[in-house]
Design a binder for this molecule. Structure first.
Ligand code: UDX
Length: 469
């Protein structure tokens, strides 16, 4: 993929240090490198990438270099607590970022810096970039519809939706709100501004007024994304055409929609090692016969829900490949709750898998997912229908679009109930119309990537745009 263009221009990229954000940023970095740009990555020491996988990139570690800095020294490394870095660095990171950018901008032995590309959730970077007269582009790692819904949170709040969840002690780590959302008929209502959505989908985002700063992060993210010089999305026009039109009408910054999974895999940016030992087994399974199960890099379930999943899976009598991350089951190191003899010959369990490669394997017939946006796009890229069990944030929104708008999956919206799990798995495995819709979506995506197609043009115009600075 190396081009002959000399590396006369440099792009500085600054991902949010969590797997679902690191993957698309490094895919974008690979893409820009392949187009002739020199790449400098700013990163925290927390969740440090494997730099040896990127000998052609320059790395600078910022924000948490001082082990004695009391603000950051004892932050949790796992679970939801690990996200506290987003609040802290957004609040305290500006001086360090400015200092490092000044060094880069005055470096004599490196190509001149064209722009800064940061994760949308690093909202503090906009004012720093402005103060240095440096264009800042944003990488938004969720869907366009999620952005529009997040931008409408004040409006949704005025409609009283978030009061509906006020008394629910929603455990963010486990199937948000499934068993806690109040029994209110408003929950099944359509959201007027977003007819695909039901009120309960909006509640499951997990937005709570004043509880944890999440509202500030979202509103600042929206504000500073709108103020940026451009927005890059992991998506494609044919998937989110209406949303793209709305965003183009409302936001002056140009948008570039690129389905990253069709350009680069995430193999080299994986923070955990990929287990490949199951491939000989997978290779022997019939076409479309195996359910691939994975719930991303953060989600956790309670043991009783894990056991519902196990029973639902056994009763479905389908073969499966299940990614169970260590710590996925609260209170367990890994697989302690499993009954003897499980998974048996019909299944394999691994800690972490090369997901894109698995989804592209012809034996995979369905993806039971938490509906993280990377996972959703990766599944669409391979034409694999989904069973959706979202947890929080953008995931409940993704699940609704997958099941009700694109109709390429089933939404398990009542939580972890073994009969419903069994039925959903069976249905998705045999529903030929859904499989065909998934293939049609994949074909649209494929067409967008060839010369003249929307995704192809997006890459070209992004390269031209960055080169114009
Ligand atoms: C989170 C949010 O869920 C997501 O919606 C948001 O946009 C980004 O942050 P995460 O929960 O980890 O990310 O899910 P997802 O977005 O699906 O990203 C997971 C990534 O890990 C995917 O790129 C997937 O391919 C990769 N993965 C997952 C593996 O490489 N191996 C695995 O075994 C499981």
């Amino acid at each position: 993929m190396e081009t002959t263009v000399g590396r006369h221009r440099r792009v500085i990229m600054f991902p949010l240090p969590y797997q679902g954000h690191v993957n698309p940023m490094f895919q974008l970095a690979n893409l820009l490198y392949s187009k002739g740009f020199s790449i400098t990555i700013f990163h925290t020491n927390f969740n440090k990438p494997k730099t040896s996988n990127y000998p052609h990139f320059t790395f600078r570690f910022i924000l948490d270099n001082d082990p004695h800095d009391e603000r950051y020294a004892n932050l949790p490394l796992q679970g939801m607590g690990a996200f506290s870095r987003i609040f802290l660095f957004n609040k305290c990171g500006a001086d360090q970022l400015r200092h490092q950018l000044e060094l880069e901008l005055s470096a004599k032995d490196e190509p001149p810096v064209s722009c800064l590309i940061t994760d949308a959730s690093w909202h503090f970077t906009q004012s720093v970039a402005d103060s240095l007269n440096l264009p800042r582009l944003v990488l938004r790692t969720s869907s366009l519809f999620c952005f529009l819904i997040y931008a409408s949170i004040p409006l949704l709040d005025d409609l009283g939706y978030f009061n509906l969840s006020d008394n629910t002690a929603t455990p963010l780590l486990d199937g948000l709100g499934y068993n806690n959302v109040p029994d209110d008929e408003r929950l099944e209502e359509q959201v007027a501004e977003f007819p695909v959505l039901k009120v309960k989908d909006v509640i499951k985002i997990g937005f709570k007024k004043d509880n944890d700063g999440m509202g500030d992060i979202i509103s600042n993210m929206v504000k500073q994304t709108k103020a940026s010089s451009g927005i890059i999305w992991n998506s494609f026009k044919e998937l989110e055409q209406l949303q793209l039109e709305t965003i183009r009408r409302d936001i002056p910054a140009p948008c570039f929609l690129i389905p990253f999974a069709r350009h680069f895999t995430t193999a080299s940016s994986s923070l955990l090692d990929h287990d490949r030992s199951f491939f000989p087994w997978l290779d022997q399974q019939p076409r479309n016969s195996v359910v691939y199960i994975s719930f991303g890099s953060v989600a956790q379930v309670e043991e009783k829900h894990f056991m519902e999943m196990v029973h639902g899976l056994v009763d479905s009598k389908q073969s499966f490949l299940w990614v169970v991350r260590p710590g996925f089951v609260s209170g367990s190191t890994w697989l302690e709750p499993l009954p003897d003899g499980f998974p048996g010959e019909g299944g394999r369990i691994v800690e972490w898998a090369p997901q894109q490669e698995v989804l592209g394997h012809e034996a995979i017939g369905a993806f039971w997912t938490h509906s993280g946006w990377n996972s959703t796009v990766e599944s669409v890229c391979e034409g694999v229908p989904m069973i959706c069990s979202p947890f929080w944030g953008d995931q409940p929104l993704d699940a609704r679009y997958v099941s009700d708008a694109w109709k390429v999956g089933v939404y398990l919206e009542n939580g972890w109930k073994r009969e419903e799990i069994t039925n959903a798995i069976r249905r998705v495995m045999v529903d030929e119309e859904m499989r065909e819709r998934s293939r049609v979506l994949k074909r649209k995506l494929d067409a967008s990537l060839i010369e003249g197609g929307s995704s192809y043009e997006s890459v070209e115009s992004l390269v031209d745009y960055i080169s114009s600075f």
